[in-house]
Design a protein around this ligand. Structure first.
Ligand code: GCU
Length: 399
């Protein structure tokens, strides 16, 4: 490029970013005049807001990350192929479990999500390596067995539909309690003399989301995986995580949030169910320290969680709620999906089809923003998965 043009390009690029923040959006529909306004001006500001004030930034100095396949075999009576990969992040080791349909031809699209209690709990498969970080003894409560979480991971149904399942255990990346960030991956990122993340640096959700992008780095290299068709999924706190991972990393082709609630899909300014104050009090390690500014002070949020969903546009996003899950505020989750929908329209993609919240047991999932309200409690089950598979079939294969 000629020097004059280069200078002009730099001036134009920086002027978009140095403009004052656009109007405060609060919990309102994101009506903008053009895709350009969204991409050049508003989207970067929304991203900066969530990084700086909510989930925290990933620190600049990053450790080495490597992968090695540690085992493979068959499961589910030979119908499913299993592969395990050890992911090393500095001094931290995490196990990636991959299930694919055994008879697959070519590259397989996958659902990637984190699990709550260890890879061995997602399926009654005696060969899954048990993570040394997985809960032991008393901590297991009434959930001690291999396959205890299999109702949340219908592997046979998913693989029969032609998809793979890729999962890692949250505790391998960062144990889910407030330990002042001394264990998990955080210490690998500290600058000399640093002992905890700065106020604008990531908490646990940020670390979980970042690690899912590292799994994606591996999936891009695995010849069995269709890395252009990776749907990222998560339930509850891990649904907050899948939204944040999907917002930041455009390689995730579909993003699914199941009952993610406060700090996930639900609008915080409604203060219905879990509030910002409650989540910061009970889970002080999830968000960055700056997020405490909004405890009991939701009105100060420059933009609400509809901004998080809009960051995913124009990629398909699915938000799901459960009828008895008042703590996660189903209506607030629906409204955030609705308020993000105008951004999809800027790309010529339909968002939610109706202004009305679907009835219990119904879905609005014909467009690029999907939503359903399952009957029942806070959970993820095969009813939810059937809808996610249908959504993926539609967007990945035009079925
Ligand atoms: C708690 C928490 C929620 C979270 C949920 C979960 O209920 O308050 O924010 O989503 O745990 O992860 O199951």
């Amino acid at each position: 490029m000629k020097p004059l043009f280069a200078l002009l390009a730099i001036v134009l690029a920086t002027s978009a970013l140095t403009q004052p923040l656009p109007t405060k959006y609060g919990a309102s529909p994101l009506e903008l005049s053009s895709k350009r306004e969204w991409e050049k001006q508003v989207r970067p500001a929304v991203m900066e807001f969530f990084q700086q004030e909510v989930y925290g930034k990933v620190p600049p100095s990053q450790p080495k990350v490597s992968f090695s396949v540690i085992g493979q075999g068959k499961a589910f009576g030979g119908k499913v192929y299993r592969k395990e990969v050890e992911m090393t992040i500095g001094t931290t080791k995490a196990l990636v479990l991959i299930y694919l349909p055994a008879n697959h031809k070519g590259k397989v699209p996958v659902f990637l999500g984190m699990n709550f209690k260890g890879n061995h709990q997602i399926a009654p498969d005696p060969e899954i390596t048990i993570s040394p970080n997985a809960p032991k003894g008393k901590e297991l409560g009434d959930d001690p067995e291999r396959g205890a979480a299999s109702s949340r991971w219908p592997v046979e149904m998913i693989t029969a539909a032609g998809y793979g399942v890729v999962t890692i255990y949250r505790g391998d990346i960062d144990p889910d309690f407030d330990d002042g960030f001394q264990n998990g991956i955080h210490p690998n990122f500290y600058a000399e003399g640093q002992t905890k993340p700065h106020a604008d640096e990531w908490g646990t959700i940020g670390a979980w989301a970042w690690s899912l992008s590292r799994v994606m780095d591996y999936l891009e290299k695995d010849k069995d995986i269709d890395h252009k068709r990776v749907a990222i999924i998560g339930h509850s706190r891990l649904g907050k995580t899948s939204l944040w991972a999907g917002a930041q990393d455009r390689r995730f082709a579909i993003v699914i949030s199941n009952d993610s609630g406060c700090g996930g899909a639900a609008l915080s300014m409604r203060k219905h169910g879990e509030t910002v104050a409650a989540i910061n009090r009970n889970f002080p390690h999830w968000f960055c320290d700056n997020y405490n500014r909004y405890s009991g002070n939701e009105e100060a949020l420059w933009i609400d969680q509809q901004g998080l969903i809009a960051l995913i546009a124009p990629r398909p996003v699915y938000v799901a709620s459960a009828s008895l899950d008042d703590w996660a505020d189903p209506e607030g989750e629906f409204l955030a999906a609705l308020y993000a929908s105008p951004i999809y329209k800027l790309y010529g993609k339909p968002g939610l089809s109706s202004l009305q919240m679907p009835k219990v047991g119904e879905a609005d999932a014909e467009g690029y923003v999907g939503y359903h309200l399952r009957e029942g409690k806070h959970d993820i089950n095969s009813w939810d998965w059937r809808h996610y598979i249908r959504f993926a079939d539609k967007h990945f294969f035009g079925k």
